[in-house]
Design a protein around this ligand. Structure first.
Ligand SMILES: [Zn+2]
Length: 151
């Protein structure tokens, strides 16, 4: 058995996703799982070569269980954009309507709740979990690293 604190990031599917913004592009989309001990987080990522003042971006949708199971038992997803700035990775929790995942069929399920930026940032340990998960993906998962770093 792997040590509990070891983080493993696994590859899932890979596909081409038609851009939801209407620009006519298709982006490479991949999925994976971040495994920490017994806990697994599913994620999906659009690797977007897209006109953007901040350059190429990865648009993540992180899946987790319900955040407020007493009042809403839907699976919660968080949108995060990650890009390269000053030689390092920078990430921001994005509003659902600003994400390239907006309108995508994979998040249109009635059993999915896509969280707003305030819902994520106002809720601990949710916000810390989001950034720790993105850090794990960007340090351990080659397809995302090399997309932003090149090579
Ligand atoms: Zn587009």
């Amino acid at each position: 058995m792997a040590p509990v604190n070891e983080v493993v990031v696994k590859m899932g599917w890979e596909a081409l996703a038609d851009c939801q913004c209407g620009c006519g592009r298709s982006h490479r989309a991949i999925s994976g799982g971040v495994v920490r001990g017994d806990a697994q987080t599913a994620f999906m990522a659009i690797l977007a070569e897209h006109p953007d003042p901040e350059g190429s971006k990865i648009w993540f949708a992180l899946g987790s269980g319900p955040w407020w199971p007493d009042v809403d038992d839907r699976e919660c997803f968080v949108n995060v954009a990650t890009w390269l700035a000053d030689g390092g990775f920078r990430s921001r929790v994005s509003e659902p309507e600003d994400s390239l995942w907006q309108g995508h069929e994979l998040l249109a399920d009635a059993q999915i709740r896509v969280l707003t930026r305030d819902e994520v940032l106002d809720f601990e340990p949710g916000a810390s979990w989001v950034f720790a998960t993105i850090d794990a993906i960007m340090s351990e998962f080659e397809p995302c690293r090399s997309f932003l770093l090149g090579g």
